[in-house]
Design a protein around this ligand. Structure first.
Ligand code: SAM
Length: 280
C-alpha cells in the first residue's frame, strides 16, 4: 500500500478513470488490441496521509484504489493487456498480488526503471496496438526521451503529471539554477534551451563585474507553458485545458497534461480529455 497525497490525488485518479471509461466505450467495436501502460504504477492502492483538509479527514483510514486497480476495473471493453511498471521491489510485489486476483487478465508487472522499459515497449507495438500511458511520478523521474518515444509511436494517448513544484524549486527566481541541477533539468526538458529560455538577463547591474546574471518572472506559469510547448513539438495534439493541482497551502505542485499521438484518433481523444478537464 502506498501512502501519499490527499484531495488532488483523488482528483487525478478520477480524471484518469473517467478517461479510461470513455476510451473503453470508443474502442468497443474497434479491431484494436488495447493496452494500458502504468509507468509509475505504485501498489494498486493508496491511503491519503498528508495535506488533507478538514472535509478530507473522513478519508484518513480509507484504502482507495490506485491507478493500476482502476485500470483493471474498466469493464465495458476491458484492456486486452495491462503493463504495470514499478521500480520498487516491494511495490511491484504488491502489484503481482493484485494481478493474481485477476487470473484471466493479461497483466505484466515489470520491476524496472520506466525510462528503460517504455522506449522498449513503444518500439514493440504492432500496427493494431493502441495504448493509454499514465506517467505519474513523485517528482522529476520522467525523462524527455521517454515522452518522445511515446509520441513517436503515433498509437498512444498519454496523461503526464508534470512536477511543477519540484522543477520550480530547481529554478530560482533571482539567479540561474545551480550547475549541479542542470543535468536533471536537461533530462526533464530534453535540452537546456527549453528551461534557459525562461530566464532573462538581469536588468539591474551588479556592483561587481561578474558577467551576465539571470533571473526569471515569478511563479510557475512560464515553466508549465514551456513544458506544454515541448509536448506540442512531439505530439499531434495536447489538450488545451489546464489542470493544476495545488497543495493545502495553495501552491502549485503538479500540472496534468494530456497528449495524443494517433493521426486518426487524436481529435476524439483530445475532445474527451478536454471535456473531462474543463468540467472538473
Ligand atoms: C505517485 S506514485 C504512483 C501512484 C500510482 N500511479 C497510483 O495512482 O496508485 C509513483 C511511483 O513511481 C515509482 N517510481 C519512481 N521512480 C520510478 C522509475 N524510474 N521507474 C518506475 N517506477 C518508479 C515509485 O516507487 C512510486 O511507487
Amino acid at each position: 500500500m502506498a501512502t501519499f497525497g490527499g484531495r488532488w490525488t483523488r482528483e487525478k485518479l478520477e480524471i484518469l478513470e473517467r478517461y479510461l471509461k470513455a476510451y473503453a466505450r470508443v474502442m468497443k467495436n474497434q479491431p484494436f488490441h488495447t493496452i494500458y501502460i502504468d509507468a509509475f504504477a505504485g501498489t494498486g492502492t493508496w491511503q491519503p496521509n498528508s495535506g488533507y483538509l478538514p472535509e478530507d479527514y473522513q478519508d484518513y483510514k480509507e484504502l482507495l484504489k490506485g491507478s493500476a486497480a482502476l485500470a483493471l476495473d474498466i469493464r465495458d471493453r476491458a484492456f486486452d493487456r495491462l503493463v504495470f511498471v514499478e521500480q520498487d521491489k516491494d511495490r511491484s510485489a504488491e502489484l503481482r498480488a493484485l494481478a493474481a486476483e485477476h487470473p484471466k487478465r493479461h497483466v505484466d508487472v515489470i520491476a524496472e526503471d520506466a525510462n528503460q522499459v517504455l522506449p522498449r515497449l513503444c518500439q514493440r507495438m504492432t500496427p493494431l496496438d493502441r495504448a493509454v500511458v499514465f506517467l505519474d511520478p513523485y517528482a522529476t523521474q520522467v525523462a524527455w526521451a521517454t515522452v518522445e518515444a511515446i509520441a513517436k509511436t503515433q498509437k498512444i494517448d498519454c496523461w503526464i503529471l508534470f512536477p511543477l513544484m519540484a522543477i520550480t524549486r530547481m529554478m530560482p527566481r533571482a539567479s540561474a539554477p545551480d550547475p549541479s541541477l542542470e543535468p536533471r533539468l536537461n533530462r526533464v526538458f530534453g535540452g537546456s534551451e527549453h528551461w534557459k529560455e525562461i530566464y532573462h538577463e538581469k536588468r539591474q547591474l551588479s556592483y561587481f563585474d561578474k558577467g551576465p546574471e539571470f533571473e526569471r518572472d515569478p511563479g510557475s506559469k512560464l515553466i508549465a507553458a514551456s513544458y506544454r510547448l515541448r509536448l506540442e513539438s512531439v505530439f499531434l495534439r495536447v489538450a488545451p485545458t489546464r489542470r493544476t493541482f495545488e497543495n493545502s497551502m495553495n501552491s502549485s505542485i503538479f500540472e496534468l497534461f494530456f497528449a495524443a499521438s494517433n493521426p486518426v484518433g487524436s481529435d476524439t481523444a483530445i475532445e474527451i480529455a478536454d471535456h473531462i478537464l474543463r468540467n472538473w
